[in-house]
Design a protein around this ligand. Structure first.
Ligand SMILES: Nc1ncnc2c1ncn2[C@@H]1O[C@H](COP(=O)(O)OP(=O)(O)OP(=O)(O)O)[C@@H](O)[C@H]1O
Ligand SMILES: [Mg+2]
Length: 412
């Protein structure tokens, strides 16, 4: 029987295999505590592709639901609303979705169900508009919709978190808004959250919290929607995992595997070190390299050869990561090998600034190609141009640089 592979390169990690992020968890838990006690905090979680934003949100959701005990020695009891933003999500569809989720989460109690029906009846009148049409909707209509939404939300939250009759059903409502970088203009996300948080205060509702996550450019997108929307958030930037956390991920995975498989798998410390070094702390690299090494191994002990075999072979970890995260930037958006050579030269500096003159020194073709490449790659936002120093460029993401570098390694 083939062994079940315990590593999860394609899914947010489960709480039992979650590593690190102690600071971030502490901040978010404190936010939950504050919100429970009537002083809501909102958070913006940003970081590169695959750095672990969704995994962190998922973990905090377990805390918020009360599935995991908080470090305050209590189990929180929030209603959680999960929204994953796509390019198609507009204001109407988001409100409709929230209405559905709240009814699903809370509608089990008879009394609450009829309360929700009447409190959220404005949603029945909303039509799902496609993005082309909605852009013509007047601002005043948007404001009316946001006010209806905020009022219904505040009434709902007060109803379920009211302590007066001694039956506090819930601690409040937590919104988890993931992939917020996908937000389109018609969602008005920055404006929506800013306006709703202000209206909630007016309607004396103090137990609602927003946790928004996305790629770093979500900041610009929220600001474009409302210039001061960023100020309502505490900002958490998610970074690479430390070497000890990387080891923990690998060890926990192996342990999990041994719990579910009859045949035991071991891993040498050199193999663990290699995964840790190759990954540079990127959780999606750790999971994928571990997954591929586990798959490649056939003798029950994962060693360095299994790691490299699994990583660099055809259909191995590098190919998988490429397909999942970087394929579009590297293959679809760039049709020329010359441009890929420029990226490859730049990746030696990871995502630090590099002078055009230094790229020219290493490039194998004519100078004008480098000029064209830098222009094209900048306009496609694959690389950035230094706004304060002429002739300096850099790759946007360290993870992307690392992947390009390793592709070069593979040839060797
Ligand atoms: N703290 C962690 N411990 C162990 N593995 C993790 C951790 N965080 C993330 N991972 C793993 O890394 C990979 C990417 O994680 P996740 O999907 O959470 O990242 P993301 O930042 O949401 O990515 P994207 O930008 O694509 O949405 C997954 O395989 C996940 O299991
Ligand atoms: Mg994610």
């Amino acid at each position: 029987m083939p062994k079940i592979n315990p590593f999860k390169p394609n899914h947010p990690v489960s709480p039992g295999m979650f590593a690190g992020r102690l600071e971030e968890i502490r901040h978010l838990e404190k936010g939950l505590w504050q919100t429970k006690n009537g002083h809501p905090n909102n958070f913006l979680v940003t970081g590169e592709r695959g750095i672990g934003k969704s995994s962190l949100l998922q973990l905090i959701k377990y805390f918020a639901n009360g599935d995991i005990e908080s470090s305050y020695g209590v189990n929180f009891n929030f209603v959680t609303v999960n929204l994953v933003i796509s390019h198609k999500t507009n204001l109407n569809s988001a409100v409709k979705l929230i209405d559905r989720i709240l009814k699903r989460e809370l509608g089990k109690v008879e009394k609450i169900r009829s309360f929700l029906e009447s409190t959220w009846d404005f949603v029945q009148r909303l039509k799902i508009l496609d993005s082309g049409i909605e852009s013509t909707v007047q601002n005043s209509e948007i404001d009316i919709l946001i006010d209806d939404f905020a009022y219904s939300l505040s009434e709902t939250c007060k109803r379920i978190s009211n302590k007066e009759d001694g039956t506090r059903l819930k601690d409040g409502i937590i919104f988890f808004i993931d992939e917020a970088d996908n937000t389109c203009e018609n969602l008005h996300l920055g404006y929506l959250i800013k306006a709703v948080t202000e209206l909630l205060v007016q309607y004396e509702c103090h137990n609602v919290m927003f946790i928004v996550a996305g790629l770093p450019d979500v900041i610009d997108k929220l600001s474009n929607s409302h210039p001061s929307s960023i100020r309502i958030f505490n900002h958490l930037i998610i970074k690479e995992l430390s070497p000890s956390d990387r080891h923990y991920v690998v060890e926990r995975g192996i342990e999990k595997g041994n719990e579910i498989n009859e045949e035991i798998t071991k891993i040498t410390s050199k193999a663990k070190n290699l995964i840790s070094t190759l990954s540079e702390g990127y959780p999606h690299f750790i999971q994928q390299f571990s997954y591929s090494a586990f798959d490649y191994n056939s003798d029950g002990e994962i060693d360095e050869d299994d790691v490299t075999g699994g990583a660099f072979g055809k259909g191995g970890a590098l190919d998988e990561i490429g397909t999942r995260y970087y394929h579009s930037a590297y293959n679809e958006q760039i049709k020329s090998d010359d441009y890929r050579e420029v990226l490859s030269i730049m990746s030696n500096s990871m995502n630090s600034w590099i002078k055009k003159s230094d790229i020219l020194k290493e490039f194998s073709g004519a100078d004008y190609i480098v000029t064209d490449a830098l222009k094209a790659l900048t306009s496609r936002k694959i690389i950035l141009k230094n706004p304060s120093k002429r002739g300096e460029y850099r790759l946007q993401q360290r993870g992307f640089a690392l992947w390009i570098k390793m592709f070069g390694e593979r040839k060797k």
